[in-house]
Design a protein around this ligand. Structure first.
Ligand code: MLT
Length: 403
């Protein structure tokens, strides 16, 4: 079961003198969408049955575009934080006709009992709203470093931590999670992405790395092989700066060690503005032409659709946060020469336009004993574009660690 989207029509009595949907009416439309969502799931009386009332503690609404009488708005609801007595929902309203992003909102609720005291979020509500995670038994939520992270875990043996890129989630590793044999595969959604919490502030490479170290502690994992895709590579470098003794091997996929230059930093801010104005869809539209190889675009429409869907479901707060973290990340090139004791393989899609092959070669040359593997037919999303070649490369690398 997934959280249903709700279509609601804008009526004239909800509009102001200029004929725009009035800002105050948004509150009741978002509320109606939530009740309608419950009606189609566990029932509108789910809170009454549990004796818990969801009191709104905080509301934030961003108004993106005008809507008019007769417009049909599609409301998408997602649970972005699930605490013991509180939960946060992010909702978006898009106009069905042209898919324009009309408004995004975040509501923080505290569950209050009949005696006026906070009480646990009813299990039925949490279960329903966590439906996407719950649908896959290999995915669970853990709270570490102050955020709820979703993490998929499969297999047993040496621990391998898969760190996804921007603005993706752990499903970019779906094939490697399913089919890489003989190791414990751990793939979290970084904060702000996938099914993990998406706080408004607090994103940096250090925070991402702290989250992952805390996650490994929670899972009882001491040593790990890091596999980082693009942003995931930047996070891996940060992890190495602080917990090198925990790293048994390093796989850098479609990534780079340099920091952003001044133009790159300005571009991050412009992209953040695009995300705030146009939502994740605008980011998908802007990124997709550069992400995939021409072979993938031509021959693999399912992969193109997967990548688009993955980007479009990323919360705007997570996109903006990741852009700030990438803009401010340190230069990791001084680290490369010091990694001689960490077995490393650098992997790059031959057609990667974002972190092109010559840069990957330079990075591999700078890391003592590192190997470079160039994968034909892949762009910047090698795990989905050439999954089997990547599985073979990873399996050979992991086997070499045992020798
Ligand atoms: C990624 O795939 O993680 C990003 O493209 C990295 C970046 O923008 O620097």
């Amino acid at each position: 079961m997934s959280i249903p989207e709700i279509d609601l029509t804008v009526y004239p009595d909800e509009c102001d003198a200029f004929g725009h949907l009035n800002q105050a009416s948004f509150l009741s439309l978002f509320e109606r969408a939530r009740w309608e969502m419950l009606a189609r799931g566990p029932g509108m009386d789910v809170f009454t049955r549990a004796g818990a009332w969801p009191a709104v503690r905080k509301t934030t609404i961003d108004y993106h575009a005008a809507a008019f009488p007769g417009d049909v708005l599609r409301f998408h609801q997602a649970l972005v934080h699930h605490g013991r007595t509180s939960f946060t929902m992010r909702q978006t309203a898009r106009r069905v006709q042209d898919d324009a992003l009309i408004a995004t909102a975040e509501f923080v609720f505290v569950c209050i009992g009949r005696d006026g005291r906070p009480m646990p979020v009813p299990a039925e509500v949490g279960g329903f709203m966590n439906a996407r995670a719950a649908a896959d038994p290999a995915v669970r939520r853990v709270t570490v470093n102050g955020v709820g992270l979703a993490v998929e875990e499969r297999g047993e043996g040496r621990a391998v931590l898969f760190i996804h890129g921007y603005p993706f989630d752990h499903t970019v590793w779906r094939h490697q999670l399913e089919r890489l044999p003989g190791v414990r595969r751990i793939a979290p959604d970084l904060r702000g992405m996938g099914l993990s919490d998406a706080p408004d502030l607090g994103y940096s490479m250090r925070t991402y790395a702290d989250d992952l170290a805390a996650l490994l502690d929670t899972l009882g994992v001491e040593d790990v092989v890091l596999v980082g895709l693009s942003l995931g590579g930047y996070v891996a470098f940060e992890f190495l700066r602080h917990w090198r003794e925990r790293v048994r091997g390093l796989v850098l996929v479609d990534t780079r060690a340099e920091a952003d230059n001044a133009d790159g930093r300005r571009a991050r801010d412009a992209t953040a503005a695009l995300a705030r104005d146009g939502g994740a869809k605008a980011i998908a539209d802007a990124m997709l032409p550069k992400l995939l190889s021409s072979a993938t675009e031509r021959d693999a429409p399912k992969v193109v659709a997967q990548v688009r869907a993955m980007i479009e479901r990323t919360p705007v707060a997570g996109i903006v946060g990741a852009l700030a973290a990438m803009r401010d990340r340190p230069d990791s090139t001084p680290l490369l020469g010091t990694l001689g004791a960490v077995p490393t393989v650098v992997i790059v899609g031959e057609d990667d336009e974002i972190t092109p092959a010559p840069g990957a070669r330079a990075m591999a040359d700078a890391i003592p004993h590192a190997r470079l593997v160039t994968i034909p037919g892949a762009g910047h999303v090698t795990p989905l574009e050439q999954p089997d070649v990547l599985i073979g490369t990873l399996a050979a690398f992991l086997e070499s660690l045992e020798r």
